[in-house]
Design a protein around this ligand. Structure first.
Ligand code: PEP
Ligand code: MG
Length: 878
């Protein structure tokens, strides 16, 4: 039997999301629970995958099923494609398994042609509506299916409005729209070279193909990479009979949430436009009215809608984001999905759902996207400075957070300026999803048009980027790169500050401050802690980082990169003296200067962590990063060492390496210069002894971590040096102190021989930055140059330096743990590469039994939540 590629809405349900996509599954579910849904069918995500397998063609089996389902839909609706009595018109929309708002394409009013438009114009007695539908269809079809740019059509509309002396599309009459439709068709022919298609079946196949193709458009690819959505999932296509919101003043269309997506507050939130079609609200072409105002205009439909909202929330037990249309006072539901929300809203909604008895604590923890928490940790304006400022204007607070930057006017400029190290605010008339790259690189986004549910708002909220939208007081000239706002003139490069939480816009610079975390955040994190089994530590190089991480809930330090303790100007000199020493005596002299600095830092780290584990990694400096290059610095160093600048230059020359990442770094340094390891051991142990004296109740067990081991014998050599010094220091102190010596596993050979290494190492910590570098043979410093080509060609879906490569690097990790435990069953294992803060990678770490992940301070809450979710998933899977 042939595979089933198409399902009627009556054949599906909410559990069929992988096959029907989110939109299709929910349309089926809404149909099942008896809500007013215009009927239709869904072409599966598998058909999309098949389309790509077949070289971007819809094969005969799939197309014949689509034709079969058109007939079924004709039977259900009593309307027919291309019919002159009762024509069927449909919308064609994408719908992936995970929602990707605005990333893919939609076509409305499909089925219209010159004959049909005349029929519906006459039968409805509403020719304006009929021609409005037709011109919209030509416009969307040309743009989406044939890729004729939108702008040509917009220019024609603007010209028409100017000629008629009107401002809004709705002020154009039937004749104007008819003229426009004909102009559009002529434009189509001039661009494409053939007539606009009249056959609804041909139109439908073109539209379905276009939706499949849109799965692979650049903005969808970027969105997927950011949100960890696999390319292999594909998108479904929903073909749904049209309900019309543009048939007159007793019609309209809206987008609404059951709770406020910015704050989480319970209650209907959204926007409505009379006499309009869906894309008008989303694209922000006209500024819509608040949903509450709908009550006056459409009391019955509004009451029905409120009822539907309650049913849907109770059914899905989550905040819903819905699209609907009112046609002559009757309500039609076009979509429902769990709404995208800000981090604040996500926390509040999760807590409220628990309090309302709709969700368990475990479910509440599982429903928050850990990546989203990032926005909570984003900066806000310094309140002291803010008090002294008067806003220049106020618009919609579309996505919270504060941003301050230099004005740019295009996505491309945003990207280019940001790459040059500038902070920018992207100012646009309205944004469309093509702008996503530029929105990502901007500190904030300010738009002239659009409401809270316009693309700019939805996308910015998803990305956690501050956004103020709908500032209609701005008079902008994007081409000339300038705008006026309340008497002030702004050009490219001028500074502006915007507040996405209040909608305020300020001229000039307002400094930003880190956000404070409180309220529901604490509740959720406390619940997460109950379910979590893996610990979350932090990578902290300075006492300041360590204190911040502690505030954010770090349960230890998993990595202190000691070389990073020497970046300050007052310390770098001593470090350079150490590097540029010719003899052991010279080096020891420099080390004597460094020892007290290190000891002091370590004491502060132990203090900050209050007895929780602190792992100190011995020096791993790629030497080229630390040697002086400026003539003055060379002179200064020469003077300090009693050498000539020439001698110093010769030393620097001798330190040059062809491949510093694989050069004289890590424990290789300790093998050549054991005195460095001795000094660091003294600093670690002396600091611990000091702090232990002050806090005898703390279980202080310093962890000394040796980097870059590739062979157990080199580890044994360095460990012997460490242990001799540590034991002597402890004996001299008269205090009983335990310590551990472990290693990083960051070279494939270390993973392959982890059993031998475990005979020396008391713990393993996976340095997945180097392990990824060396497993792939991709230089960490250079991969950025060619990885884009890997994404473009779909060789990679994401950056292996950001998301752990489970099948390669992950396999090495699993092997190392297994081998290590054979020799040392209680060996403690963690990860401290960048992957330790990436939610997907954290899930994997949990599954292979790591004891902890360690990540940068601001990612600690994210990792904790991801670890809790991993534990919950794992428990469920058992
Ligand atoms: C690693 O390699 O993953 C690591 C944590 O060390 P570094 O980034 O300092 O090389
Ligand atoms: Mg490393």
């Amino acid at each position: 039997m042939a595979k089933k590629w198409v399902y009627l809405f009556t054949e599906g349900n909410a559990d069929m999301r992988p096959t029907l996509g989110g939109k299709g599954a929910n349309l089926a579910e809404m149909t099942n629970i008896g809500l007013p849904v215009p009927q239709g069918f869904t072409i599966t995500t598998e058909a999309c995958t098949q389309y790509y397998e077949d070289g971007r063609e819809i094969n005969d089996e799939i197309s014949s099923q689509i034709y079969e389902y058109i007939e079924k839909l004709e039977g259900i609706t009593g309307k027919k494609f291309g019919d002159l009595e009762n024509p069927l018109l449909v919308s064609v929309r994408s719908g992936a398994r995970a929602s990707m708002p605005g990333m893919m394409d939609t076509i409305l009013n499909l089925g219209l042609n010159e004959k049909v438009v005349n029929v519906i114009a006459e039968k409805s007695g509403n020719p304006r509506w009929a021609w409005d539908c037709y011109r919209r269809f030509i416009q969307m079809y040309s743009d989406v299916v044939m890729e004729v740019g939108k702008k040509y059509f917009e220019q024609l509309i603007d010209k028409m409005k100017e000629e008629k002396g009107v401002k809004q599309d709705v002020e154009l009459d039937a004749n104007d729209l008819k003229t426009l439709a004909n102009q559009f068709k002529a434009e189509y022919k001039s661009k494409i070279g053939s007539d606009f298609p009249d056959d609804p079946k041909e139109q439908l196949m073109g539209a379905v193909k276009a939706v499949f193709r849109s799965w692979d458009n650049p903005r969808a690819n970027i969105y997927r990479r950011d949100n960890d959505i696999p390319y292999s999932w594909g998108t479904a296509v929903n073909v749904q009979s049209m309900a019309f919101g543009n048939m007159g003043d007793d019609c309209g269309t809206g987008v609404a949430f059951t709770r406020n997506p910015a704050t989480g507050e319970k209650g209907l939130f959204g926007e409505f436009l009379t006499n309009a079609q869906g894309e008008d609200v989303v694209a922000g072409v006209r500024t819509p009215m608040k949903i509450a105002e709908m009550e006056d205009k459409f009391p019955q439909a509004f009451e029905q809608f409120q009822n539907v909202c309650k049913i849907l929330e109770d059914h899905y037990r989550d905040m819903q984001d819905m699209e609907f249309t009112v046609e002559h006072g009757n309500l039609y539901m076009l979509q429902t999905r769990s709404g995208k929300r800000t981090a604040q809203a996500a926390l509040r909604i999760a807590c409220d759902l628990v309090d309302e008895g709709m969700r368990t604590e475990e479910e509440a923890v599982a429903m928050i996207d850990p990546r989203n928490l990032d926005t909570l940790l984003h900066p806000q304006f310094d309140p002291a400075v803010l008090k002294t400022q008067t806003p220049l204007a106020k618009a919609l607070p579309a996505s919270p957070g504060a941003a301050c930057g230099q004005i740019v006017f295009s996505a491309a400029d945003s990207k280019a300026w940001a790459e040059n190290g500038n902070k920018v605010v992207l100012v646009r008339l309205e944004t469309s999803p093509e702008d996503i790259e530029g929105m990502k690189t901007a500190q904030g986004i300010l738009t002239v048009r659009g409401g809270m549910t316009s693309h700019a708002a939805v996308v910015a909220r998803g990305m956690g980027t501050c956004c103020v939208s709908g500032c209609s007081e701005i008079s902008i000239n994007e081409e000339k790169k300038e705008f006026d706002l309340n008497g002030e003139h702004f050009v490219e490069g001028d500074w502006i500050s915007i507040d996405g939480s209040t909608g305020n816009i300020y001229k000039g610079i307002i400094p930003t401050k880190d956000a404070e975390i409180a309220g529901e955040f604490g509740r959720i994190m406390a619940w997460a802690d109950q379910f979590r089994t893996m610990k979350v530590r932090t990578n902290a190089d300075t006492p300041k980082d360590a204190r911040k991480a502690r505030q954010l809930g770090a349960e230890g330090i998993g990595l202190c990169r000691t070389e990073h303790m020497f970046f300050q100007p007052d310390r770098i000199a001593a470090f350079r003296e150490m590097i540029c020493s010719d003899t052991v005596e010279e080096r020891e002299k420099a080390l004597d200067k460094i020892l007290p600095m290190q000891q002091d830092d370590f004491e502060q780290l132990y203090e900050a962590l209050e007895g929780d584990p602190v792992t100190i990694r011995f020096l791993d400096p790629p030497l080229h990063e630390f040697v002086p290059t400026a003539e003055e610095d060379i002179k200064e160093l020469a003077a300090a060492q009693g050498k000539t600048p020439e001698q110093i230059k010769n030393i620097i020359e001798s330190l040059k390496e062809f491949n510093p990442m694989m050069g004289h770094r890590g424990l290789r340094l300790a093998v050549t210069y054991p005195e460095i390891a001795k000094m660091q051991t003294k600093a670690v142990i002396r600091a611990a002894i000091r702090v232990k004296k002050d806090h005898p109740d703390w279980n202080l067990v310093p962890e000394i971590m040796i980097p870059l081991t590739s062979d157990y014998k080199e580890l044994a050599y360095v460990k012997k040096v460490v242990v001799a010094v540590a034991d002597e220091e402890i004996a001299n102190s008269g205090i009983d102190l335990k310590y551990q010596v472990g290693t990083m596993i960051e070279i494939p050979r270390a993973a392959l021989t982890a059993d031998q290494i475990a005979s020396e190492a008391e713990f393993f910590c996976f340095g997945t930055n180097d392990l990824t570098q060396m497993t792939y043979g991709f230089s960490r410093d250079d991969a950025g140059k060619f990885l884009t080509a890997y994404y473009d060609t779909k060789i990679f879906e994401n950056d292996p330096f950001a998301r752990l490569d489970v099948s390669g690097v992950g396999k090495l990790m699993e092997m190392a743990i297994k081998l290590g435990k054979e020799v040392r069953p209680n060996i403690h294992c963690g990860i401290c590469g960048e992957h330790g803060g990436d939610p997907t990678s954290v899930m994997f770490c949990n599954s292979i039994g790591l004891d902890y992940v360690s990540c940068s301070p601001f990612r600690v809450p994210i990792a904790k939540l991801a670890a809790a979710q991993a534990a919950i998933e794992q428990k469920k899977a058992k």
